[in-house]
Design a protein around this ligand. Structure first.
Ligand SMILES: [Fe+2]
Ligand SMILES: [Fe+2]
Length: 491
């Protein structure tokens, strides 16, 4: 048994406090206890319901270092009953130190003996210590797991009993682990609450406009695939998104379009250029056509003029309703639409009005997509709304950057993005990646009401063009393409 210095205790306490990965934390505490006592091995268990689950097992003389679920340990959980020493340590909140398990009659060691038989091993001394946080007002501490050590050894490598002096240190280590585990679990449960809240919010978007919720879910899937690929990809470390940023980054994607909750559906889901105005135009043309037929019927002298008018309406209707569902309009078509907007139409009270109102003409002559300038500006406010909503929430620690990342997903490196027109270095890598995922999904989505999906090659051609223009990060785009994270796998 080594001398346990204060320095060493401080070092391990600090390391455990900082460790966010529960697996690593458990392994570390087990290894530290084994190193300190100089024993041959041990097991760390976590309490789950009414049982203790094996998490890590080390047997130095066998070169065994196994993690549960890794194919290394496939042992059933230990029920919290009197039959097992580790269970007794957990149930009674005590450390149990047995010099020789084969000579002890107080506990049932059939499990250890079975292990010995199967592995040609001889368990002699054993120390089981509960991993327990300090007692609260009710008297008992909260047992989180058990640290069990086997076969203490002296300087000559002879198996001896665990000295009483080491019990306190092992107990202190187990308590440190318990405190770290508990704070880790608390942090995890807060994250889980936040995560479930975020999903409820995205669910709310789903009920308004399912395509947008699918958009968010698709982006999360691409990001998960990409980050997993990136972890083992052969690229320099400084080009990678750190593993510690995985959860905050995914959270920022979940939230990036949350501001769309307050964008009117007539804008967000606008499938055609005219949108809700289409009914009015159709109605006006129908009335005008009827009025011309009446005119012809009432006065045969006006028949040919009325017929000519009806022909003009038919041609105008064909032009307008075709343009209405066409993504990109030619200059010539826009000129034709401008001309036909002036065609006079009779209303039911006999007055003549232009075929299209100014608002309708504005909408139908949108050269690209379905949104007018005014509607596009309304749509763009979704990032400002996202920022406003997220500023009301408290993101701390590793999640502190979530709002900044989410708010900036429409910024472009050359300053042509919105809302702030940020440039280059002001846009972090996480945002640059989110922007690529966002554009890729917007282009290839199969469920957008206003446009057909684009094949991935075409989407990448557009993205490459944007990278060449200095709008998006070319390096990240290459990595994203290489990763195949964008393939639409069915889950
Ligand atoms: Fe957006
Ligand atoms: Fe988006």
């Amino acid at each position: 048994m080594k001398e346990y210095t204060l320095n060493r205790l401080i070092r391990i306490a600090t390391a455990l406090t900082l460790e966010r990965d529960i697996d690593r934390l458990l392994f570390r505490i087990l290894k530290e206890a084994i190193d300190y006592t100089g024993c041959d091995g041990g097991t760390v268990y976590l309490k789950e319901g009414e049982a203790l689950r094996h998490c890590y097992m080390i047997t130095r003389s066998r070169g065994l270092k196994a993690k549960a679920g890794d194919g290394g340990i496939d042992l059933p959980p230990v029920p919290l009953t009197r039959g097992h020493i580790c269970a007794c340590a957990a149930m009674d909140h005590v450390k149990i130190n047995i010099p020789d398990v084969y000579l002890n009659e107080q506990y049932d060691f059939s499990g250890s003996r079975r292990y010995d038989r199967l592995n040609d091993y001889r368990t002699v001394s054993m120390l089981a210590v509960p991993m327990e946080v300090l007692p609260d007002d009710t008297g008992n501490g909260d047992v989180i797991g058990v640290l069990q050590l086997i076969n203490a050894m002296d300087e000559n490598g002879e198996i001896v009993a665990f000295p009483e002096a080491c019990e306190r240190i092992v107990f202190a280590l187990a308590s440190l682990a318990a405190v770290s585990l508990r704070s880790n679990r608390l942090a995890r449960s807060i994250y889980d609450i936040l995560n479930s809240f975020v999903r409820v919010m995205v669910g709310a978007i789903d009920t308004r406009s399912s395509y947008n919720a699918n958009h968010t879910k698709s982006m999360v899937r691409y990001a998960e695939n990409f980050l997993t690929w990136m972890e083992s990809a052969d690229i320099p470390q400084d080009k990678k998104i750190p593993v510690s940023e995985r959860e905050p980054f995914l959270m920022s994607i979940w939230l990036h379009d949350i501001g769309k909750l307050v964008i009117p559906l007539s804008v967000m889901d606008k499938a055609t250029k005219l949108g809700r105005l289409e009914t009015d135009v159709r109605h006006r043309l129908e009335i005008a056509d009827i009025m011309e037929r009446l005119r012809a019927a009432e006065d045969p002298a006006q028949k040919s003029e009325a017929e000519e008018k009806r022909r003009q309406y038919r041609e105008a209707a064909e032009l307008i309703f075709h343009a209405n569902v066409t993504g990109i309009l030619e200059e010539e078509t826009i000129e034709q639409l401008n001309r036909c907007a002036k065609i006079r139409c009779l209303t039911s009270d006999g007055t003549a009005v232009p075929l299209l109102t100014e608002e309708e003409l504005d909408a139908i002559t949108v050269p690209r997509g379905t949104l007018t300038e005014k509607e596009r500006r309304v749509m763009e406010t979704h990032v400002v709304q996202t920022a406003r909503m997220l500023s009301e929430m408290k993101f701390a620690g590793t999640f502190a950057q979530v709002p900044a990342w989410a708010d900036a997903h429409h910024e472009l490196l050359d300053g042509s993005g919105y809302p702030d027109g940020k440039t280059g270095a002001a846009i972090p890598r996480e945002v640059r990646l989110m922007t690529i995922l966002d554009i890729y999904d917007a282009l290839t989505a199969e469920d957008r009401p206003y446009k057909p999906p684009m094949p991935p090659e075409e989407a990448f051609a557009i993205l490459t063009e944007m990278a060449d223009e200095g709008k998006i990060d070319a390096e990240l785009l290459t990595l994203f393409r290489e990763s195949n994270a964008w393939t639409r796998k069915t889950e």
